[in-house]
Design a protein around this ligand. Sequence first.
Ligand SMILES: NC(=O)c1ccc[n+]([C@@H]2O[C@H](COP(=O)([O-])OP(=O)(O)OC[C@H]3O[C@@H](n4cnc5c(N)ncnc54)[C@H](OP(=O)(O)O)[C@@H]3O)[C@@H](O)[C@H]2O)c1
Length: 329
Amino acid sequence: MSENSPQQLVWMITGCSTGFGRRFVPAILRKGDKVIATARKLSTIENLANEVSEQGLDASNLKTLELDLEWNTAKLAGVVNEALKVWGRIDVLVNNGGVGMKSLIEEADAQKFARQFQINMFGHVDVINSVLPSMRARRSGTILVFGSRSSWRPELPVRNLKLDDTCYWVLLTSYSSGNCEGLYASSKAAFTAYAETLATEIALFSIRVLIVQPSSFRTENMLTYPYHDDKRIPEYDFLREKALAGAGSLHGNQPGDPVKAVELVVDVVRGEGKAKGKKFPRYLPLGSNAGQAIKEKTEIMKSVLEEWGDIIGSELDYETIGGTKMEYS
Ligand SMILES: NC(=O)c1ccc[n+]([C@@H]2O[C@H](COP(=O)([O-])OP(=O)(O)OC[C@H]3O[C@@H](n4cnc5c(N)ncnc54)[C@H](OP(=O)(O)O)[C@@H]3O)[C@@H](O)[C@H]2O)c1
């Protein structure tokens, strides 16, 4: 492949210290592509070049930069400008960095939500906005947004609860991957809705959006973020303790292999391997539990529509609009 042939893509990734982000780097280099790996602290990725060299990969196709998603808009734009200067373009932007703050909803205030949203969504919005002008100018580019299965099933703690005869909630199992993840799931749902809209707006410029929705993958830190502790409401003690035990028991036992996941994502972007011949998707749910969560949520919504029918739909419309009787097909 020549230096700037369309087949040789330039990738930029946030959150490469651990997890999916770190594993993307060799998967991308193995294809002959170039990668700008970023991390909140540069020291966490300074040995990446040695790591990839030891795997027989070309470390000259790797550049590392510092990028903290909690930085302000101007500082994030500065890093993107620096990244654009490295090889003159960014073909694929991977919005991967994130944290899973643990809290029960009532025990978190708006500031906690704001921090969760800053890291998992707002920082990415600034990065994306800084990359888009160059992609629009070239009428080409791919934006990857890391959503999550949890946005399809944020109510996991309740799924494991049942009302007993005395109307107390009883925890049926102590195992659940999603307990205490209301802040996280909210941020991922918002980021997903944002990406869905973005996709329709930037399709005009031949820029693609891929919404990746992993379920439980065995990465280093996604489940290790400490529970925030400054407001404990005693009535929730039982639920909180069970929820935290559930999250603790899942860490290290997640079924998903992140190496297999990133290799598939790279193939999807490049239209190769297992993705060859398939249409580029808007959504990429990943892992054995993702499909189940999506099916369940779809069934719930279908049953609501079936049970309530026109009572919640056309019966709420005006009889006429502008003098015309409305007809819907
Ligand atoms: N693993 C799963 O099961 C799963 C499921 C659904 C979605 N996801 C999503 O996948 C993405 C990657 O997570 P992971 O599973 O690979 O977990 P991980 O091992 O915890 O990696 C998360 C990465 O995000 C970085 N990060 C955290 N705060 C940041 C900030 N302020 N600025 C820049 N980077 C920051 C971390 O850097 P530091 O080390 O410097 O903190 C780390 O590199 C996340 O968006 C996550 O929500 C994961």
